[in-house]
Design a protein around this ligand. Structure first.
Ligand SMILES: Cc1cc2nc3c(=O)[nH]c(=O)nc-3n(C[C@H](O)[C@H](O)[C@H](O)COP(=O)(O)O)c2cc1C
Ligand code: SF4
Length: 418
């Protein structure tokens, strides 16, 4: 096996130093970009870093960050930055690692993001289950406040910035940005109809930017090392680095930071490869809503365009590996059951279709599938796609379809009486 070099940008120092402590973080250059921005950069200049570096959102959709910020209307209204740390995507565990181990980096990224969009109030929405992350981040915020890095007239710059920490209550749909905003406002965590988009009418009806933890954290090294440095890594349209959460049937599951465009094969090797004597069956490359790729596609570059071209997606960067011990009927059932359970229920196709598919797949897990069910699984999963209010309803089909097509024999073996 080749030795794949490890990249460390956001992951730099994690596991080596106690980056939870503000003193340690500052000794390593922490908060220098925040104080530099306040002292010598305009908001527009910080926005330019976000834009020209080519940084794309690391939360799932890969939307260009600078472009998202540019949609904010130039009106005299309060505007808000919201850091999305809901991270409930199956197989994704990078944001949790960052807030638990590098909370000041996340906070500095949020402060830079808020400054870049001209906001005086930033929020972080932390998944309810992340008790430790919530505790660690809240402590980091208090340290930063005590050090005069958050609050009124920070470092006598005339700039006020408040940060609010909010804990979710364990609903996947609250990771969807408008469901998150509703939840932050104390309402049911149900996605909103778009338009209006959050940039125009977001939190409390005000212009709002929602960005992922990892996206905001990358602002710190981008300001420190220059946008050219970031843009030089990755590919033409997928610039920079990405933390990929690799899990499943590998020897060293974990978070691996790599330049975008790294071949999938190298990611697999970084995670220690397959267990001895096992063979690869499939890889789900970008979270629960991505279609699988297979052994013959291992040389695919791990970037937004290459994966989309291959009929799947990079998503949040969660790569789940399946070897020959996998029961794909059960895997499909598990994932569909997850989506059916997490549907907020506003849209009939997502609410009813998800539940229906779950029931049919449950029959298969019990060896009671009916021959007509196979065609029905294809038909129903396709029929409920593309007609929902948010992407959750469209997340059901890709994995299911990819394993139905690739491993039909696994499903046929579970037909009643066979
Ligand atoms: C069902 C669903 C769940 C989502 N969960 C998350 C999440 O946990 N964290 C996240 O950053 N984005 C999540 N997203 C994407 C957000 O809606 C949004 O695009 C993202 O926070 C924007 O940040 P970015 O531009 O920095 O990627 C989810 C989307 C959907 C449809
Ligand atoms: S697609 Fe599903 S989760 Fe999304 S709004 Fe509709 S019912 Fe809710």
């Amino acid at each position: 096996m080749t030795v794949v070099p490890v990249t460390k940008v956001l992951t730099q120092g994690i596991g080596e130093a106690d980056l939870r402590s503000i003193d340690v973080y500052r000794k390593r250059g922490g908060y220098e970009q925040w104080t530099r921005a306040l002292a010598s950069l305009t908001s527009e200049q910080v926005m330019e870093y976000a834009d020209k570096s080519g940084l794309r959102g690391r939360g799932g959709a890969g939307f260009p960050t600078g472009r998202k910020w540019s949609f904010l209307p130039k009106v005299e209204k309060p505007r808000y930055l919201v850091c999305n740390c809901d991270e409930a995507e199956p197989g994704t565990f990078k944001d949790r690692m960052l807030i638990e181990n590098a909370p000041h980096l996340v906070l500095e990224g949020m402060l830079l993001g808020a400054y870049g969009i001209g906001s005086h109030h930033a929020f972080i929405y932390i998944r309810g289950e992340f008790k430790e992350g919530h505790r660690v981040f809240s402590r980091a915020l208090e340290e930063a406040r005590a050090a005069g890095l958050v609050g009124k007239n920070v470092r006598k710059s005339g700039y006020d910035i408040e940060v609010t920490v909010h804990r979710g209550a364990g609903a996947y749909i609250c990771g969807e940005e408008t469901g998150l905003l509703n939840s932050l406002e104390g309402k049911r965590g149900e996605p909103r109809l778009k338009p209006p988009f959050p940039a125009v009418e977001g939190l409390y009806g005000m212009p709002t930017v929602v960005n992922n933890v990892e996206t905001l954290a990358y602002l710190v090294p981008i300001l420190a090392r220059g946008l050219e440095w970031f843009a030089a890594a990755g590919t033409e349209r997928s610039k920079g680095y990405k933390i990929v959460s690799v899990s499943g049937h590998v020897q060293r599951p974990g978070n691996y930071e790599v330049p975008l465009g790294t071949p999938v094969r190298e990611l697999l090797e970084l995670a220690g490869g397959l267990r001895p004597e096992r063979t690869l069956k499939a890889i789900q490359p970008g979270g629960g809503s991505s279609a699988c790729i297979f052994e013959e596609q291992l040389d695919l570059p791990y970037d937004y365009e290459s994966l989309a071209k291959a009929g799947t997606m990079l998503g949040s960067g969660a790569m789940v590996v399946f070897d020959d011990t996998t029961d794909f009927v059960r895997a499909a059932y598990n994932l569909v059951r997850f989506y059916a359970h997490e549907s907020c229920g506003q849209c009939t196709p997502c609410r009813e279709g998800g539940h229906w598919l779950e029931l049919v797949l449950e029959r298969f897990t019990q060896g009671r599938g009916l021959r007509g069910d196979l065609e029905m699984l294809h038909r129903v999963s396709a029929a409920i796609t593309g007609i929902n209010l948010c992407p959750l309803g469209d997340s059901i089909e890709p994995f299911l379809k990819s394993v139905l097509v690739r491993f039909p024999e696994a499903f046929e073996a579970r037909l009643a009486g066979e």
